[in-house]
Write a new protein. Sequence first.
Length: 292
Amino acid sequence: QAELGLNEHHQNEVVSYMRFARFKRGMCLKTVDSCFQDLKDSRLVEDTFTVDEVIDMLDGLQSVVHSEVESELINTTYTNVLLLRQLFSQAEKWYLKLQTDVSDLENRELLDQVAEFEKSEYTSSNEKSTADPIKPKLAPLNEGGSELLNKTVAHLQEENEKLKTRLRTIETQATAALDEKSKLEKSLRDLQMIQGDQKNNANQDITELENKVAALKSQFEKTLNDTTANQKFLEEDLMTTKHDLLKVQDQLSTAEKELEKKFQQTAAYRNMKEILTRKNEQIKDLRRRLSK
């Protein structure tokens, strides 16, 4: 038996459609035959006809046959569109995008293969002594896969809760960083008052530190805004594909890496504070010596 390169289920679906098409084709041929028979019964009642009468009969027959064939071809086109609609609807249910190659519809080798398949299937069907088993229908669009969808939704909700927890952690870390920034600013102001002779150099260092702190604050705020926007997008589009969720997770991971990087950079502030503290101790020691 000829094969079409499909699995058993899909091949059975093709056989079912070919039987439907054969039935429709047979009905169309019967309609055309009836057109000729009607002409014979209604017009061919005399032994001789003139040329004009023959032409008139042929024109009428041509008009009727043309109308019937055109109607059947249009109906066949619409039927094929409905079949494609069923397949595409099921594919979209699973977020698949099917493609068709119209050029293959005129491939003579493939058409001969289909004809051979139909012939062998029709022959084997005639040899069966019992009725054909009922072929399975296409799965309804509102059934099948609902369990998987529910599991996906539950998993997405779990991921959403994890992201919320991570967001709260980031917000806490950002708040702590802002507090640290405030402490650094206060320490820098105190150091400015103590430095005296080293005011110019200290002012330059303080300005540099303040710029770094401002940049860190801006990046913290941007990270928080991006994280909040991503969280809102995830909550609103929870029923979309998991790819969107992975994208949000990637953005949150990037934000965490940037945040950790900025936290590591604050060690320079502590080092500067220790240096300035040592200098203050030196100044106090010099003042004590001068007093003595």
